[in-house]
Write a new protein. Structure first.
Length: 213
């Protein structure tokens, strides 16, 4: 297997870069979408419940099925992969963002308003920072989850390491088929571990020491 990896090291590195880039960009987009949704619904109990229900139901949709449905309007390539990965990435972040914002002590908000902060100012400078540890936990869960979904996106010719996995499985029993599948799988796991460590570092840098768990 070592010889197989060495011979294809350039291709593996390029596809690993594509895979990490797809996941990170989709998670960043999903985080923005999730925060907007959470800010709109967290103060309304019914809307928050609907958002949580949609999040839970969305996670039950098989990724293969969603990618198949996206083929009709968008065809093969990067776009359906981005839509699917962003969709799944947003679901855990929405739930955590709603929980985090709803869990901020109202007294902190009232104190901020009492010293002259606007509603938006209190949200940006008090509520979001206090909710950030919970939101970041959702981002970490989401990132690990969509690492695998990004690999499945090879089904629609999306970028990343899924091509190695699908190629190996399609030729199972043939020359280097197991090496191909293992290489893609191990590379995905390694990227997931590296990205999770980076997110832990982000937490250390962005979460105030006083509210760290």
């Amino acid at each position: 297997m070592w010889e197989y990896v060495v011979e294809r090291s350039d291709q593996i590195l390029f596809l690993s870069y594509q895979h990490a880039s797809l996941v990170l960009q989709c998670v960043a987009l999903a985080t923005v979408i999730a925060l907007v949704v959470a800010v709109l619904v967290y103060r309304n109990g019914r809307l928050a419940a609907v958002a949580n229900s949609v999040s839970a139901i969305g996670l039950t949709i098989p990724s293969f099925a969603l990618l198949g449905l996206l083929l009709a309007p968008f065809g093969f390539g990067v776009l359906p992969a981005v839509i699917a990965v962003t969709f799944y990435a947003a679901l855990p972040i929405v739930r955590n963002a709603v929980v985090g914002l709803a869990g901020v002590d109202e007294r902190h908000v009232e104190a901020a308003r009492g010293i002259g902060m606007s509603r938006a100012g209190a949200l940006l400078r008090v509520e979001l920072p206090l909710a950030w540890p919970v939101i970041l936990a959702g981002v970490r869960v989401s990132t690990q989850m969509v690492m695998g979904i990004a690999a499945i996106a090879a089904y629609v010719l999306g970028p990343g390491l899924g091509g190695f996995i699908f190629s190996g499985l399609a030729r199972l029993g043939g020359a280097n088929s197991v090496y191909s599948a293992l290489t893609g799988t191990i590379a995905v796991v390694v990227i997931a571990l590296v990205v999770d460590l980076l997110l832990v570092l982000v937490g250390r840098l962005t979460i105030p020491r006083g509210i760290r768990a």
